[in-house]
Design a protein around this ligand. Structure first.
Ligand SMILES: *Cc1c(COP(=O)(O)O)cnc(C)c1O
Length: 359
């Protein structure tokens, strides 16, 4: 079977050696030696001076929304993983969907201003598949209307925009280290924030609000990652450049073997140094997608339809405004298999099936 992705599993002795350190320390969580070391490695690698590693990529989104959203309306993208919208609703805020750009698939910044009301507090946008939003335009709109900007950068490990880590943009930026993501800790994530006051609030919020053992800065939740998850991160760490190189080869192989007459690739924003995290293709119709998907499945190849549905169509939301582009793309986009051990021959096989069944 060729699945859409496979988690990188480091050699088990190397994972166990990291776990052994937690045993030696008799320290399993609460910011032990392993998570602190992983944070240092990430800072150096990403060229960023602030990072807080967390238990996943969703809780830091919730914390940011709790601190900045103020129960108001949050302008957001309908084309993302469900966590982006769910975090808004979970924190008692109201999502206001703004449609996406048909080629970049990120929020259409030209439509944001029309959606701002006196209740708007934040813009929460996703750098979809590691493709940056128009961060300059969004920043200008936010400044003009006194709004905060949160980026769901779950897909963005290692992405640079204009020679800077993409995590440097926005008031708060979050990443996911889930097992299916490029760099992973099994479950895990991170939050980035340049403002010291806000960073302090995020920090104590992720640890129950603690100010030492006996007093509290304020309300908090548990967003801490354990030493056992950090052990996985440290064991994956030495392989990350190799993982990205191998995925780069997969991307280049698809680019060579696929016939792009009837399918479309996403446009990467200029000045982006990308991370080869996904290989989405957009078909002309949902029927064409389904036909190709069926043929691939017959050969044991299992691509995934994401993101589907467009999040403005989620059944638990009150009726939301239409987002034509996102709804259209959501029915026609398929993410092809991509992972470190996917061979050129397998890519060729996948491409052949797509080329011969795609209308
Ligand atoms: C994976 C993902 C998340 C959630 O991250 P977890 O670590 O699974 O909580 C949020 N947003 C997007 C866009 C994602 O792909």
């Amino acid at each position: 079977m060729i699945p859409v992705t496979k988690s990188f599993l480091p050699p088990i002795e190397e994972y166990m050696a990291q776990v052994q350190r937690a045993y030696n320390n008799q320290w399993l969580t609460n910011r032990g030696e392993l998570v602190l070391e992983l944070e240092q490695k990430l800072k150096a690698h990403l060229g960023i001076d602030n990072i807080l590693i967390t238990n996943n990529g969703t809780v830091p989104l919730q914390i940011a929304i709790k601190l900045l959203g103020n129960g108001g309306e949050i302008i957001t993208t309908p084309f993302s993983y469900v966590a982006t919208t769910a975090a808004i609703v979970w924190e008692g805020c109201t999502p206001v969907f703004v449609d996406i750009h048909p080629e970049y698939l990120t929020i259409d910044e030209t439509k944001i201003e029309a959606a701002i009301t006196e209740k708007t507090t934040c813009i929460l946008a996703t750098h979809v598949f590691g493709n940056p939003c128009n961060v300059e335009a969004i920043d200008a709109i936010a400044k003009k209307h006194n709004l905060k900007v949160i980026y769901d950068a779950a897909h963005c490990f290692g992405v640079k925009y204009k020679d800077k880590s993409i995590f440097e943009y926005g008031d708060v930026s979050t990443c996911s280290f889930h097992a299916t993501k490029l760099f992973h800790t099994g479950e895990g994530g991170a939050v980035f924030c340049k403002n010291e006051t806000l960073r302090h609030k995020i920090f104590y919020s992720h640890n129950f609000g603690h100010d030492g053992p006996l007093s509290f800065h304020g309300l908090g939740i548990n967003g801490k990652i354990s030493e056992l998850q950090s052990a996985m991160g440290l064991a994956v760490w030495p392989y990350i450049s190799d993982i990205i190189d191998k995925r780069k080869n997969v991307v280049h192989a698809y680019n060579r073997y696929l016939n792009f007459t009837n399918i479309q690739q996403i446009n990467l924003r200029e000045d982006t140094s990308w991370n080869y995290s996904y290989y989405p293709v957009v078909f002309n119709t949902e029927a064409a997608l389904q036909k190709v998907q069926d043929e691939l499945n017959k050969s044991g190849i299992v691509p995934r339809r994401y993101f589907y549905p467009s999040l403005n169509k989620l059944s638990y939301l009150n009726k939301m405004n239409a987002c034509d582009v996102s709804e259209q793309i959501a029915t026609r986009i398929l993410c092809l298999p991509i992972y470190h051990t996917l061979s050129e021959k397998e890519v060729q096989q996948i491409a052949n099936i797509i080329n011969s069944h795609c209308e």
